[in-house]
Design a protein around this ligand. Structure first.
Ligand code: HEC
Length: 195
């Protein structure tokens, strides 16, 4: 009985990182970054996810906690590419979700108030998973940011602090996707199938 009580107390008060479902202390991979399959990348994401979200949300940056209840707009992390050659995982708020997951190449503007979040992580040369920044795009009312196709760009550092973002740096690349309202969309192999 005493043992049971002790176990319950430990379970209640142990920090999240000791929870039984969590990741190993160091999320390492046997496979180098370039050779990871989608399943292996998803496994690494599962390992880092808790830690990633805890730190993104630790300083109350706008949307950094809220996005964690939004639906994922891909089946798993997209392979490294834009955004510093990191793995990317996309989430969209309720206002924008249905429109976003059409992944339309000829879309009208996304609904005003749509917010898209993108978590990122990387694998170091020693094959250890590293946290990357959290990126956001928020759709403003028509005419509010004409140079940026009415999107507001922002980002949060892995430690939870708001990152300084030059709108023109982000839109300089995103505006190239002008037929799809500046959206790049996740890689095709991780898009939701039913759309
Ligand atoms: C070099 C080009 C480039 C730059 C610079 C860039 N992005 Fe992206 N971004 C992309 C591409 C391509 C995608 C889609 C890739 C994916 O999701 O796998 C994307 C996706 C996104 C998404 C998910 C919505 C979408 O487009 O489908 C967000 C949010 C985002 N970027 C935010 C930002 C922010 C904030 C910045 C500036 C700090 C930024 N991006 C800078 C190319 C870029």
């Amino acid at each position: 009985m005493r043992k049971l009580i002790l176990a319950a107390a430990v379970a209640l008060f142990a920090p999240a990182s000791f929870a039984p479902t969590a990741f190993a202390a160091d999320c390492t991979s046997d496979v180098p970054k370039g050779d990871l399959t989608l399943e292996q990348a998803a496994g690494l994401y599962d390992c880092i996810k808790g830690k990633l979200r805890e730190s993104y949300g630790s300083k109350d940056a706008p949307y950094a906690k809220e996005y964690q209840s939004w639906k994922a707009a891909s089946t798993g992390p997209a392979a490294p590419g834009p955004h510093g050659n990191r793995f990317l995982m996309t989430f969209v708020n309720e206002t924008g979700f249905d429109e976003y997951v059409k992944y339309s190449e000829e879309r009208g503007a996304m609904p005003v108030g749509s917010v898209i979040a993108k978590e990122s992580f990387n694998l170091s040369k020693k094959n250890v998973v590293k946290r990357g920044p959290l990126f956001f795009m928020e759709k403003l009312a028509e005419g509010e940011a004409p140079d940026h196709m009415d999107w507001k760009y922002s980002a949060v550092q892995p430690n939870g602090k708001v990152m300084k973002v030059k709108q023109g740096f982000c839109s300089g690349c995103h505006n190239a996707y002008e037929d799809q309202d500046a959206l790049g969309y996740p890689d095709e192999d991780v898009r939701l199938a039913s759309q």
